[in-house]
Design a protein. Structure first.
Length: 298
């Protein structure tokens, strides 16, 4: 009902404005102008998604409805228990969660003590991801805990190689997130793009790639656009976030997201970009719509 009311109001305002300017408008032109005013159609160069945890105070059903109004087709970082709700609303999950230790950021593939449980967990979840119609699942390196980067990379590769035949069979990519270890995730190992790319080479399968989180990598290494251009073949997913603070991605922070999105599109990337900033204003959905609009390059 609210959407219908908004549409009528927009039509009324458009027609009134046309009358004031003495401009003849056909009903087709009025409807086209209405759609533009309401901002419901996105340009299509970027596939837009949103991370569930940033809007955790909003019921998933409500977030799904609001996301569709904006034009999003995905809500990500949702676990298996939430996937049916997304399907009910015609949404996908561009990057799902697993369960148990597969969701752990600090206890990951770099520690052999975790391998048995991680392999078991991903062996269970990978077929379920495929059955749900999804093609990716997030994973993590774990913290260093005094371990060298070389040893950590080798340990990760040992376990990940064991999972690749299953991932290839089910066409599911394990996507390791690049996180900053300077501000948010102290001691996290996969904290530089070069290290992540080295691990991709060591694993040697297209079913293992990286989540390039723009917020995290701006903090750790900067040079975002050049890094994306250099390492894009190893990247399966992107996240946004304002620097500093991980809030809105508008003029209040230091990154210029339209240029970053343009660089991503120019690599030929066809996946999703997930909005992963934490709204800091009263209207969370308005902040989300603003973020999507900023990234929706023509």
């Amino acid at each position: 009902m609210k959407s219908t009311s908004n549409r009528r109001t927009a039509l009324k305002n458009i027609v009134a404005g046309a009358g004031a300017l003495s401009l003849p408008l056909s009903m087709t032109n009025v409807m086209a102008a209405s759609e533009k005013a309401l901002g419901t159609k996105l340009n299509g160069k970027i596939n837009h998604s949103v991370c569930r945890w940033c809007y955790s105070k909003i019921p998933l059903e409500t977030l799904a409805l609001e996301a569709k109004k904006i034009g999003l087709t995905s809500i990500e970082l949702c676990g298996p228990e939430e996937w049916p709700i997304l399907k009910q609303h015609g949404l996908t999950c561009a990057l799902p969660w697993g369960e148990g230790l597969t969701r752990s950021l600090d206890k990951g593939f770099n520690d052999p003590k975790n391998h048995e449980e991680l392999i078991k967990g991903f062996t269970d979840i990978i077929p379920r991801v495929q059955a749900a119609g999804y093609t990716q699942i997030i994973c993590f390196s774990g913290n260093r805990r005094g371990m060298s980067d070389v040893d950590g990379m080798m340990n990760c590769a040992v376990a990940l190689r064991k999972l690749m035949p299953l991932a290839e069979k089910h066409n599911v990519t394990l996507v390791m997130e690049l996180l900053n270890s300077k501000v948010n995730h102290k001691d996290y190992m996969c904290d530089r793009t070069e290290w992540g790319a080295g691990l991709c080479e060591m694993v040697g399968s297209d079913k293992f790639k990286l989540l390039y989180d723009i917020y995290h990598m701006q903090i750790m290494e900067g040079d975002v656009i050049a890094t994306i251009k250099k390492y894009h073949k190893y990247i399966a997913h992107y996240h946004t976030g304002g620097v500093p603070g991980r809030n809105e991605i508008d003029e209040t922070q230091e990154l210029y997201y339209p240029a970053i999105m343009k660089a991503i599109a120019e690599t030929g990337y066809k996946g999703f970009v997930g909005q992963e900033f934490v709204p800091s204003r009263k209207d969370d959905i308005a902040s989300l719509k603003q973020g999507v609009t900023i990234c929706d390059i023509a």
